[in-house]
Design a protein around this ligand. Structure first.
Ligand SMILES: Nc1ncnc2c1ncn2[C@@H]1O[C@H](COP(=O)(O)OP(=O)(O)OP(=O)(O)O)[C@@H](O)[C@H]1O
Ligand SMILES: [Mg+2]
Length: 263
């Protein structure tokens, strides 16, 4: 099978000369079509920087990124990003509905009315019925974040990169959104790469968890998640395979933290 996304020995540094700060070093990963991959790593280790490099929004300093076999130099068609900073990713002069329709501008095989229906359906699925005509600045932070997720999903891209998309929503909404994302990813056969600092979320969502090390970061371990689908908020989280994977990720993060503190 051809990987949908690969990063080969990617390195990225900000600044030059004595101000040079290496963020990513020798990072290799691949994502297969239809997979849901979670990426966890310490705060500030370079997760957002990595996602920007994978999305063609930042050029790596070393190595290469490929999307469907093609080297990524600009943001490729077929790849969408839900940004961590949702407050700046929505267009303030467009309503929530128009923001989602904007995200769907490359969707083919649907006329205007069908796109509008789909956008309204997804808005309702993220719990925003009745807020289609509001502007992003007229709704709360958590609601804006849900609009941003709705826009990412509505784009029906082959690959969706999500940067801590559920960070600003309350626990119950978060669980609902996790299930919604999994359901839509399965329905549209969408490949997803999710950055999260929540280890339980990482395991719950994923077929595979990639654990990143401290800066300059790279993938230190890959953990297969052998859990039945569809996932269930209660049964999955009590499953021995869930507890095993969660333990493995937590123990690894803990050992890395102890090493960083000791160094
Ligand atoms: N444009 C930039 N120029 C210079 N340094 C930057 C830039 N963007 C990020 N950095 C630095 O790079 C490092 C990694 O930042 P990045 O946002 O990629 O980490 P992260 O893992 O996403 O963090 P968080 O867990 O807070 O989301 C940080 O030290 C940050 O200060
Ligand atoms: Mg980040």
């Amino acid at each position: 099978m051809t990987s949908i996304l690969t990063a080969d020995a990617v390195g990225k540094a900000y600044g030059t000369g004595s101000n040079r700060l290496p963020i990513i070093k020798g990072l290799t990963l691949s994502v297969e079509p239809g997979e849901f991959v979670s990426l966890v790593g310490p705060s500030g280790c370079g997760k957002t920087t990595l996602l920007m490099c994978l999305a063609g929004l930042l050029a790596p300093s070393e190595g290469e990124v490929r999307f469907k076999g093609q080297r990524v130099t600009d943001p490729p068609i077929g790849l969408s990003v839900v940004f961590q900073d949702y407050s700046r990713s929505l267009l303030p002069w467009k309503t929530n509905l128009d923001n989602i329709l904007f995200g769907m501008r490359r969707v083919t095989g649907m006329d205007k009315a069908a796109k509008r229906d789909r956008a309204m359906e997804i808005l309702s699925a993220v719990g925003l019925t009745g807020f289609d005509g509001h502007y992003p600045w007229q709704v709360s932070g958590g609601m804006q974040q849900r609009v941003a997720i709705a826009r990412g999903i509505a784009a029906q891209s082959e690959l969706l990169l999500l940067d801590e998309p559920l960070a600003a929503v309350d626990a119950q909404t978060r669980a609902d959104m996790q299930d919604l994302l999994l359901d839509l990813a399965a329905r549209f056969n969408q490949t997803c790469l999710l950055v999260t600092h929540d280890v339980e979320e990482a395991v719950y969502m994923a077929d595979r968890v990639l654990v990143l090390g401290p800066r300059p970061t790279h993938v230190v371990r890959e953990i297969e998640v052998d859990l039945p689908k569809p996932r269930d908020q209660l049964a999955t989280r009590e499953h021995p395979a869930f507890l095993h994977a969660r333990h493995e990720v937590l123990a690894l993060i803990r050992s890395m933290r102890q090493r960083t503190v000791a160094a």
